[in-house]
Design a protein around this ligand. Structure first.
Ligand SMILES: C[S@@+](CC[C@H](N)C(=O)[O-])C[C@H]1O[C@@H](n2cnc3c(N)ncnc32)[C@H](O)[C@@H]1O
Length: 171
Protein backbone atom coordinates (compact mmCIF):
# COMPACT_ATOMS: atom_id res chain seq x y z
CA UNK A 1 0.00 0.00 0.00
CA UNK A 2 1.33 3.38 -1.00
CA UNK A 3 0.10 6.09 1.43
CA UNK A 4 1.89 9.41 1.28
CA UNK A 5 2.30 12.07 3.98
CA UNK A 6 -0.47 14.30 2.59
CA UNK A 7 -2.97 11.42 2.80
CA UNK A 8 -1.96 10.71 6.40
CA UNK A 9 -2.39 14.40 7.31
CA UNK A 10 -5.83 14.49 5.64
CA UNK A 11 -6.83 11.35 7.57
CA UNK A 12 -5.66 12.85 10.88
CA UNK A 13 -7.76 15.95 10.19
CA UNK A 14 -10.82 13.99 9.07
CA UNK A 15 -10.95 11.41 11.90
CA UNK A 16 -12.07 13.93 14.58
CA UNK A 17 -14.77 15.21 12.22
CA UNK A 18 -15.97 11.65 11.60
CA UNK A 19 -16.20 11.01 15.36
CA UNK A 20 -18.03 14.30 15.84
CA UNK A 21 -20.38 13.41 13.03
CA UNK A 22 -21.53 10.25 14.85
CA UNK A 23 -22.61 12.24 17.90
CA UNK A 24 -26.36 11.71 17.58
CA UNK A 25 -27.43 15.33 17.43
CA UNK A 26 -28.59 17.46 14.54
CA UNK A 27 -25.96 19.82 13.11
CA UNK A 28 -28.36 22.69 13.47
CA UNK A 29 -27.29 25.70 15.53
CA UNK A 30 -29.44 27.40 18.17
CA UNK A 31 -31.55 30.10 16.50
CA UNK A 32 -30.07 33.55 17.13
CA UNK A 33 -33.44 34.96 18.13
CA UNK A 34 -33.59 32.40 20.97
CA UNK A 35 -30.39 33.50 22.74
CA UNK A 36 -32.26 35.99 24.93
CA UNK A 37 -35.13 33.55 25.58
CA UNK A 38 -32.94 30.85 27.13
CA UNK A 39 -30.89 33.42 29.06
CA UNK A 40 -34.09 34.75 30.62
CA UNK A 41 -34.92 31.25 31.87
CA UNK A 42 -31.60 30.98 33.67
CA UNK A 43 -30.97 34.36 35.34
CA UNK A 44 -27.23 34.01 35.93
CA UNK A 45 -25.60 34.99 39.21
CA UNK A 46 -22.19 36.70 39.11
CA UNK A 47 -19.39 34.30 38.16
CA UNK A 48 -21.67 31.31 37.71
CA UNK A 49 -19.90 28.43 35.96
CA UNK A 50 -21.63 27.96 32.63
CA UNK A 51 -20.92 25.06 30.25
CA UNK A 52 -22.11 24.55 26.72
CA UNK A 53 -21.75 20.95 25.66
CA UNK A 54 -22.60 18.73 22.73
CA UNK A 55 -22.57 21.63 20.38
CA UNK A 56 -20.24 22.56 17.54
CA UNK A 57 -21.78 26.04 17.51
CA UNK A 58 -19.94 27.93 20.26
CA UNK A 59 -21.89 31.16 19.57
CA UNK A 60 -24.16 30.42 22.54
CA UNK A 61 -21.07 30.42 24.80
CA UNK A 62 -19.77 33.65 23.25
CA UNK A 63 -23.13 35.36 23.61
CA UNK A 64 -23.61 34.31 27.24
CA UNK A 65 -20.02 35.19 28.19
CA UNK A 66 -20.05 38.58 26.49
CA UNK A 67 -23.31 39.66 28.04
CA UNK A 68 -22.87 38.31 31.57
CA UNK A 69 -20.19 38.22 34.27
CA UNK A 70 -19.91 34.44 34.24
CA UNK A 71 -17.25 31.81 33.59
CA UNK A 72 -18.39 30.54 30.21
CA UNK A 73 -16.86 27.27 29.01
CA UNK A 74 -17.37 25.24 25.89
CA UNK A 75 -16.28 21.60 25.74
CA UNK A 76 -15.57 20.04 22.34
CA UNK A 77 -14.05 16.68 21.46
CA UNK A 78 -13.27 17.49 17.84
CA UNK A 79 -9.82 19.11 17.78
CA UNK A 80 -10.11 21.18 14.55
CA UNK A 81 -13.45 22.70 15.66
CA UNK A 82 -11.99 23.39 19.12
CA UNK A 83 -8.86 24.98 17.67
CA UNK A 84 -10.84 27.34 15.46
CA UNK A 85 -12.98 28.53 18.39
CA UNK A 86 -9.93 28.85 20.63
CA UNK A 87 -8.06 31.05 18.13
CA UNK A 88 -11.17 33.21 17.66
CA UNK A 89 -11.41 33.61 21.43
CA UNK A 90 -7.73 34.59 21.77
CA UNK A 91 -8.15 37.25 19.05
CA UNK A 92 -11.25 38.63 20.78
CA UNK A 93 -9.49 38.61 24.20
CA UNK A 94 -12.49 37.27 26.10
CA UNK A 95 -11.04 36.52 29.53
CA UNK A 96 -14.21 34.99 30.99
CA UNK A 97 -14.77 32.63 28.04
CA UNK A 98 -12.74 29.45 27.64
CA UNK A 99 -12.69 26.42 25.42
CA UNK A 100 -11.57 22.91 26.22
CA UNK A 101 -10.76 20.02 23.96
CA UNK A 102 -12.17 17.16 26.01
CA UNK A 103 -14.58 14.23 26.03
CA UNK A 104 -17.63 15.41 27.96
CA UNK A 105 -18.16 11.89 29.33
CA UNK A 106 -14.79 12.13 31.06
CA UNK A 107 -15.12 15.76 32.09
CA UNK A 108 -15.91 16.76 35.68
CA UNK A 109 -18.97 19.04 35.76
CA UNK A 110 -19.25 19.15 39.55
CA UNK A 111 -18.66 22.94 39.64
CA UNK A 112 -21.34 23.65 37.01
CA UNK A 113 -24.13 26.10 37.83
CA UNK A 114 -25.71 26.05 34.38
CA UNK A 115 -25.30 23.58 31.50
CA UNK A 116 -26.65 24.26 28.02
CA UNK A 117 -27.19 21.47 25.54
CA UNK A 118 -28.74 20.95 22.17
CA UNK A 119 -28.72 17.20 21.74
CA UNK A 120 -31.06 14.22 21.55
CA UNK A 121 -31.20 12.92 25.12
CA UNK A 122 -33.17 9.76 24.31
CA UNK A 123 -30.20 8.53 22.29
CA UNK A 124 -27.77 8.90 25.13
CA UNK A 125 -29.14 8.40 28.65
CA UNK A 126 -25.69 7.81 30.13
CA UNK A 127 -25.12 11.57 30.19
CA UNK A 128 -28.05 11.95 32.59
CA UNK A 129 -26.63 9.19 34.82
CA UNK A 130 -23.37 11.13 34.90
CA UNK A 131 -25.20 14.34 35.80
CA UNK A 132 -27.08 12.55 38.60
CA UNK A 133 -23.82 11.36 40.16
CA UNK A 134 -21.86 14.53 39.65
CA UNK A 135 -23.89 17.72 39.61
CA UNK A 136 -24.38 19.78 42.73
CA UNK A 137 -27.84 20.66 43.96
CA UNK A 138 -29.59 23.45 42.02
CA UNK A 139 -27.47 23.04 38.88
CA UNK A 140 -29.63 24.15 35.99
CA UNK A 141 -29.83 22.36 32.66
CA UNK A 142 -31.11 24.14 29.59
CA UNK A 143 -32.14 21.74 26.84
CA UNK A 144 -32.83 23.44 23.54
CA UNK A 145 -35.62 21.75 21.52
CA UNK A 146 -35.35 18.30 23.11
CA UNK A 147 -37.16 17.16 26.24
CA UNK A 148 -35.15 15.08 28.72
CA UNK A 149 -37.73 12.47 29.60
CA UNK A 150 -36.01 11.26 32.78
CA UNK A 151 -36.20 14.70 34.38
CA UNK A 152 -39.10 16.93 35.35
CA UNK A 153 -38.87 20.38 33.74
CA UNK A 154 -39.39 23.34 36.01
CA UNK A 155 -40.18 25.56 33.03
CA UNK A 156 -40.86 25.14 29.33
CA UNK A 157 -40.59 28.16 27.07
CA UNK A 158 -42.53 28.01 23.82
CA UNK A 159 -44.16 31.39 23.28
CA UNK A 160 -45.72 30.56 19.88
CA UNK A 161 -46.44 27.54 17.68
CA UNK A 162 -43.45 28.44 15.51
CA UNK A 163 -40.99 28.68 18.37
CA UNK A 164 -38.82 25.74 19.37
CA UNK A 165 -39.32 24.65 22.97
CA UNK A 166 -36.62 25.38 25.54
CA UNK A 167 -36.67 23.20 28.66
CA UNK A 168 -35.29 24.24 32.02
CA UNK A 169 -34.37 21.53 34.54
CA UNK A 170 -32.85 21.79 37.98
CA UNK A 171 -30.96 19.14 39.95
C1 LIG B 1 -24.02 17.22 16.06
S1 LIG B 1 -23.06 18.46 16.78
C2 LIG B 1 -24.06 19.81 17.12
C3 LIG B 1 -25.28 19.78 17.96
C4 LIG B 1 -26.04 21.11 18.09
N1 LIG B 1 -27.34 20.90 17.58
C5 LIG B 1 -25.41 22.27 17.37
O1 LIG B 1 -25.68 22.46 16.18
O2 LIG B 1 -24.61 23.02 17.97
C6 LIG B 1 -22.50 17.74 18.25
C7 LIG B 1 -21.15 18.31 18.70
O3 LIG B 1 -20.79 17.66 19.92
C8 LIG B 1 -19.43 17.25 19.84
N2 LIG B 1 -19.27 16.04 20.64
C9 LIG B 1 -19.73 14.82 20.33
N3 LIG B 1 -19.40 13.92 21.27
C10 LIG B 1 -18.68 14.60 22.19
C11 LIG B 1 -18.03 14.23 23.40
N4 LIG B 1 -18.06 12.97 23.85
N5 LIG B 1 -17.39 15.18 24.11
C12 LIG B 1 -17.35 16.47 23.68
N6 LIG B 1 -17.95 16.89 22.53
C13 LIG B 1 -18.59 15.97 21.79
C14 LIG B 1 -19.19 17.01 18.37
O4 LIG B 1 -17.82 17.08 18.04
C15 LIG B 1 -20.01 18.13 17.72
O5 LIG B 1 -19.29 19.32 17.59
Amino acid sequence: MNINVIEIVILIILIPFALAWMSLAPWVPTRKKDYIRWLKLVEFKKWDNFYEIWSWDWRVTFYAGKNHDINARWIEICYPIYLYAKIKNIIQKNRNISFENADLFKYDFSDADVIYLYWMPDKNPKLIDKFRKELKKWTKIISYTFEIKWLEPIEISKPTENDLPIYLYEF
